[in-house]
Write a protein that binds this ligand. Sequence first.
Ligand SMILES: Nc1ncnc2c1ncn2[C@@H]1O[C@H](COP(=O)(O)OP(=O)(O)O)[C@@H](O)[C@H]1O
Ligand SMILES: [Mg+2]
Length: 394
Amino acid sequence: MTAVDPRRNPYSPGAGRPPAALVGRDAEMTEWAIRLDRIEGGLSIQPLALYGLRGVGKTVLLTSMAKEAESRDWVVAQIEAGTDKSLRATLGEALYGPLSDLLRPSAGRRLLRALKTALSFKASYDSSGAWSFGLDLQDAPGGGADSGSLETDLAKLVKDLSAAAAEAGVGLAILIDEAQDLSQEELVAVCATAHKASQEGWAFLLCIAGLPSLPKDVAEAKSYAERLFAFHPITALPTQSAGDALVVPATRAGVRWAAAAVAFTVDEARGYPYFLQQYGQEAWNNASGEVITILDAQVGIARGRTALDNGFFRARWDRATKAEQGYLRAMAEDGDGGSASGAVARRLHRKPASLGPARASLISKGLVYAPEHGRIAFTVPGMADFIARQPDPD
Ligand SMILES: Nc1ncnc2c1ncn2[C@@H]1O[C@H](COP(=O)(O)OP(=O)(O)O)[C@@H](O)[C@H]1O
Ligand SMILES: [Mg+2]
């Protein structure tokens, strides 16, 4: 087995696949740790909101934050919006395990209350499958998180769970990925709960992550929400960190990258984590010795491009109907920077209003987002170039 055996390849292209080295996110991890410390010290915090394009590393950052909280024995739920399940059901199910972990033979009053409230929350979306925490909660206080109003029920759940967590010297952390896909009602409920929590000092830490439209979505849901969250843009990595994303995992495996190969790969990937992982993986598989050379990098990038075209980009392109692909082609003329909706309509010789449904469908499929009113942009970096490489439809 050579050092660069594919079996030992440390790179991990793929949605949400944790990288061997999570680089360039120290500021966010520090912000998170400070919040955990503050809550453990009984202080209030501002919830976090992360936003950025697909492939920049929001999900793996959320996972890393969740792990940090778990390592401190917090009650942690990391969930994803926009699946076919409601926030209620997704969150309820995600909390079962961590709540069971809190169980002690000498469960305190606050814990019993939290468990009973969680049971009522569960009953609000699932009348058949009852949970049992193996305790008789008949005479316990709590419950009532099944009024049917999500805002009321979520606040009750979070309040009682944070109180139980605080009793154990920790807190409750909820991390919501793809938050741009929360329904209006869900987003309002999440904002309202976080607002109450920070006013009343509950031991509750929220982090939401989503596309660059997230700040706008949040502001539209609740007028105060703009000031409620600390917003962090998650972007491509600066040169040094991008190089580290390639070099650190290799060094650990006893493999060296030639300096020119690093510079070239970082440049070609434009610092985007997903592309770095893909190119790194291919360069490694192409290398034969203990050093990844510039030639390995060049071949790796060419193969990596093909892999991205056939996967990362193709998967999105194929999700669009023919008419929607026409819309995307018209957008692609403006490159990655986004387009004025009016300009796209002119190119297609259509009235902007008549393109509303195509635009809305592309947004709900997660292919494009509205950075501001009257504008539209791709959710993945490099999509415009990919589209330019696609053969014409006729
Ligand atoms: N900070 C980072 N350092 C190194 N690789 C990263 C980093 N962030 C993300 N990646 C890699 O980039 C890819 C995309 O990450 P992901 O979290 O799915 O992005 P997003 O959720 O923003 O679409 C994954 O292959 C992951 O391993
Ligand atoms: Mg993600």
